[in-house]
Design a protein around this ligand. Sequence first.
Ligand code: UDX
Ligand code: ADP
Length: 458
Amino acid sequence: MSFKKSILCIGAGYVGGPTMAMIAYKCPQYKVTVVDISSSRIDAWNSDNLPIYEPGLYEIVKTVRGKNLFFNVDIEEEIIKADTIFVSVNTPTKTFGTGAGMAADLQYWEKTARKIRECATSNKIIIEKSTLPVKTALAMERILTSQNSSIRFDVLSNPEFLAEGTAIKDLEFPDRVLIGSRETPEGISARDELVQIYLNWVPKQKIITSNIWSSELSKLVSNAFLAQRISSINSISALCEKTEADITEVSKAVGMDMRIGSKFLNASIGFGGSCFKKDILNLVYLCEQYGLSEVASYWHGVVKINEYQKERFVLNMLKYMFNTLAGKKISLLGFSFKADTGDIRESPAIFIAKRLAEEKVELVISDPKALQNAKNELCNLDITVSFIEDPYEACINSDAIAVMTEWSVYRALDYEKIYKDMAKPAFIFDGRNILDHKKLFEIGFNVFPIGKPSMSHL
Ligand code: UDX
Ligand code: ADP
């Protein structure tokens, strides 16, 4: 079968995989190929056990895989064949040298740019999907054109705004699709080609265009604003715990102002995920590079409050459990950074598990999708850690339960049964405010939510 267009995506991760699956699903006239340097990842994409868990993803992949969606490791060959190349390799925070702990590590991205230049034999549109520091497209253009060949590369920025757990819905019905380009005739023509791809399923008014630097910066700023809301409400949760105000009531009252809006105001043990912390630190680093130290420290505060919130949670556990946790059995319900994903990158549960290990507790970790990732993460702790998927079994003989992730299964558990099997006094720390606290208290638990008055029998 001949296809109208050959689309390639380099990087088969949380962004590349689902995004390309959606393009293939909505555009049967295009051939979509995803490549990666990791052959095990590619094998998993070609199997029934996809490398990431995302509701609805498997069904879509199954429908189009082998028809117009392909996964392989032939990076060089696929670059030659493609006319449009999305780049969605990882850009983690740098762990070494200048900018360590703050700046984005661009080595994977730069290697990809060099590989494209080395292999391409015809003109290509190159699309940045990974989140990158503003002005990265300029560096990409310089690498791509540094060999003075006659091949033309047009670089576009098309940041991905999907959230894990809701990726399929976000891709199918995006709030907006943003495409940044050079404002030259060639840049605009490349941009129009990408617009045509999205027009297969996204309404025209939701596709917005901008200059390339605005597009790169908008992605960082969107994540910074979202994270800022969480740190704002979490900072107020600390004040609520001192004043008997209730954070759920405060966030409802505040969020009903249409100018503020109600979303992303749920107090929690802190935000996790691969993007928020990394992107804010990246923004902070950029501001510092441009000499904007006040702006940098303003945004840095968002990350600092997040660290404070996680530490506060552990200190509250210590305080309410008689200032000693050593030898006590504590069951963490949930380990992923949010519900409906097995991803644990930057999950607050990691920090809390490691801090509890310092206090010499006996840990039990439970999660419906993230247990293997949790095992890999915690394998070097020098305390007893068990990994038990069944939450009832996980809580047997525990002194305390701490809810780390808002999985809906945890709302619906039989807490009377759990209470009976626990050591007494039994404590529950609801790090997501998802449980019925009054009912738990009536059962006999000592209940400690976030940003709400505690309910204790002691
Ligand atoms: C985020 C952005 O939402 C998405 O647009 C971007 O493309 C990638 O980064 P993601 O990290 O997948 O997506 O998840 P998100 O739903 O934003 O949640 C991030 C963290 O914030 C989670 O740990 C979540 O539990 C926490 N959170 C979210 C809160 O603590 N309170 C809230 O009210 C909302
Ligand atoms: P994201 O959440 O941004 O999608 P992931 O880490 O899930 O990030 O995915 C990035 C993918 O990019 C990984 O599967 C990694 O193996 C792949 N990758 C990194 N560098 C290259 C490269 N030079 N060529 C091809 N794939 C790469």
